[in-house]
Design a protein around this ligand. Sequence first.
Ligand SMILES: [Zn+2]
Length: 326
Amino acid sequence: MAKRMRERRTDDEFRSTDNRRRANSHKIERKNNELKTDKNKRRAEVLRTERHNEGFKAQENERRANAHKIERENKEFRKEENEGRAEALRVERQNEEFRAQDNERRLKSLKVKREEEDYKEEERRGNALRLHNTRDKYRNNFDAMKSNYESKIKEGLTHICSCCGGLWFAYSIREYTVEMLAKKGLKKEFIDTVCYLKHEIIELCTTCRKHIMSNKIPNIALSNGLAFYKIPDCLKILTELEERLISPRIPFMVIRTLGFSKQFGLKGNLVNVPMNVDTNVSILPRSFRDTYTIQLKLMRQMKNKNAFIYETIRPKVVHTAVKYLK
Ligand SMILES: [Zn+2]
């Protein structure tokens, strides 16, 4: 009995120590939990202060505003582009519609006319005649063929580009007026510089057209300093011998036709004879009136009997030309 009691007591003791231990561990756990919540609170606090931080906030806002702006600009640009495209399409569609309508109208009127017997007959006759003419044009009529050919080759490179001064066939040239170019959105000053040759109707070749329409001055434009200088009147009126009197060099060369094409070419040496213009001019008689003329011979070699050029020259004109060239 006593033994059992003892055992019970030890059991009780054991239980109580066990209970105490458990309570202790609970306490520690509770403390740990409190610690954790504390830590979390602190972290939240730090984050909040950071967010409240003015500099950080401003930077963030700016970044967002920038992104918005870029997006908006892109949208606007896209909108404008779309609008432009729509407009172009609209104009094109109108044209097409207009053309289709026009064709239909014409077809209708022709149909109505054809219903009349007279018109039908006349049209048939006209068609037959035209067919006959084209068939027989070159078979029986050599003269017609020849004249047709001649009229076509007469229309050679006769068109001058107003921008580059090049010579072109009619089919390479498009004709414009200043108003037409201005309507295409080109500035008045630009048109003025680009169209060097001032005519009522501006003729432009393909190359110049391409550049001008994209608002660029063509490389070969005369306004790039490629134009020849205008020959003044005092030099224009000089005769062959008068020209030679005032030129510092007289070139001698043999020019012959080349083969069957009759183009010209140099043959043999070119001899360049230097002249003294001062002596030439000072030898001319000094007292003269405007109408005064003298006869002059240009000798190729003094031992020759015949002169190379024999002309009547006007000393007054020669003097004026020399004065201009000086
Ligand atoms: Zn041109």
